[in-house]
Design a protein around this ligand. Sequence first.
Ligand code: PEP
Ligand code: MN
Length: 358
Amino acid sequence: MSQPLEELREQLDGINHELLKLLNKRAEIVRSIGEIKDKQGVPKFDPVRERAMLEELTRQNPGPFKDAEVKHIFKEIFKASLNLQEEDHKQQLLVSRKKQPENTVIDVLGTPVGGGSQVMIAGPCSVESYEQLRTVASALKDAGVKVMRGGAFKPRTSPYDFQGLGIEGLKMLKEVAAEFGLATISEIVHPAHIELAEQYIDVIQIGARNMQNFELLKAAGEANIPVLLKRGIAATLEEFVHAAEYIAVNGNSRVMLIERGIRTYEKWTRNTLDISAVPLLKQETHLPVLVDVSHSTGRKDILLPCAKAALAAGADGIMVEVHPEPQVALSDAAQQLNIPQFQELWEGIRLSGLFKEA
Ligand code: PEP
Ligand code: MN
């Protein structure tokens, strides 16, 4: 005679309860293992250990569940456990939203970045001369742009290409910025040059090619000025966030992230602008997130829609390359806007209503 349904259901409820307790007890142990693995720096996922556990479980399986079903159920448990360890790990990241729910707002010489208003960063790819820099600075000042970019140390693909003016370029930036009341951003490629940056510029840029130059990231962590970290050419968002963590954990919490396109098979653009990076980085971290429309597209003709898309997706700012005579620029000639083109873009961005000035 079968037991009445109610009684069986009661037994099931009791078993569910026991299973739940056991699963959570298991989860606590998994967490402790995760902490140990974190300290040892070993990966959380251990396929050999998983397989051994599954083999042991199927060896001991009395049925009626078939081995395949037992395996399936336990694989789900393993997956949930791994997620738990990864969540715990994420929580520990200094740059994570979980660690700090409120936005980090970075003061760039009086311009707040990340606090709900947007910033425009414009300027030449490379600093080439006083005259070039003054022409751009003057146009930016007239346009109400407060932050100027300009590379002095250029990480070029070919060693025969223009490598930048180095320290001389930084000096030019300082002088011209003071003359026009602008803040400056420039790329630093060597840990030993961080102190120079502190002396001559307002924000250190770490370029895409150096996103995982860990010694440089550590040195930037010791700098007393903000850092603009570019996404690596083929970096996942996970890697990008961890690169930012290197800077933060070494003492510098003033880090801005900038999506600059990633390498894909697409040839109509220099790189592929990953718009989804913007809301994802905003969601996962508390850092300001910007978009470099010049390097991500490598073109001049689609900057306005790309900038609008970036702002609509929640970007805290836009970076764009501007040169008085792009056709004779010593680097990135194809993508730099001339001054009237920049003015047109800037007006389009402002008219879109997506750009809130500080
Ligand atoms: C740059 O900003 O000039 C530059 C070299 O960019 P990226 O590092 O994104 O290629
Ligand atoms: Mn460039």
